[in-house]
Structures are given as C-alpha cells and as structure tokens.
Design a protein around this ligand. Sequence first.
Ligand code: FES
Length: 103
Amino acid sequence: MPTVVFEDGALGPAVTAEAGAGRLIDVCDDARAPIVFSCRDARCATCRVEVVEGEQLLEPPARGERDLLERLGAPPRLRLACQAVLRAGPGLIRLRGVVGREG
Ligand code: FES
C-alpha cells in the first residue's frame, strides 16, 4: 500500500502514514493528519489537498468530487481528501493541505 506524506504547512506538522485500501479521509483520521474536514461529502471543499507527488496512486475523481472541483475552478492537482480513493500497491503520495489559500 502507498505511503502518504502530509507536508508540514500552515495546518500542522508533517505526518507520514502507511495507507490501507480505502479513502484518503481514513488515512487522515488514522494519522491525525493536518487536513481539515467539515461535510465529508463533497459539498464544502474544506478538505482540499494539493497532490504534490503520487497522483497515479489515487483513483480519478468520481462525479461528486469532479463537479465540486470544477465549480471552484480548482487546478488539476487539487483533490478532496474526503473523496479521493487510494489504489492498491506501493508508492509515495505527497500531499499539502490548501485550506485558506486560493485554489
Ligand atoms: S470535507 Fe467537505 S468536501 Fe471534503
């Protein structure tokens, strides 16, 4: 399974987690990652993360995530941590929280 690194930033210190299958939100919760969540349902966009590395280790956005990111005019590297699904297999995913920044 991928290793997920949450970079040090305005939201908190760097965290590294060994990920299991499932959604990124579960990794964030387990690792106490510095990512903020609110609705957890692709409505509020508070959980936006920039995928700095390892985008190929995430499934493409499903319709709800894609629709919200498009409405926000988000650049392609932004994902919703509450919606992004990890693919099986080894690798490194490096993320940066973007709450409070343009995005
Ligand atoms: S927590 Fe609201 S969109 Fe992810």
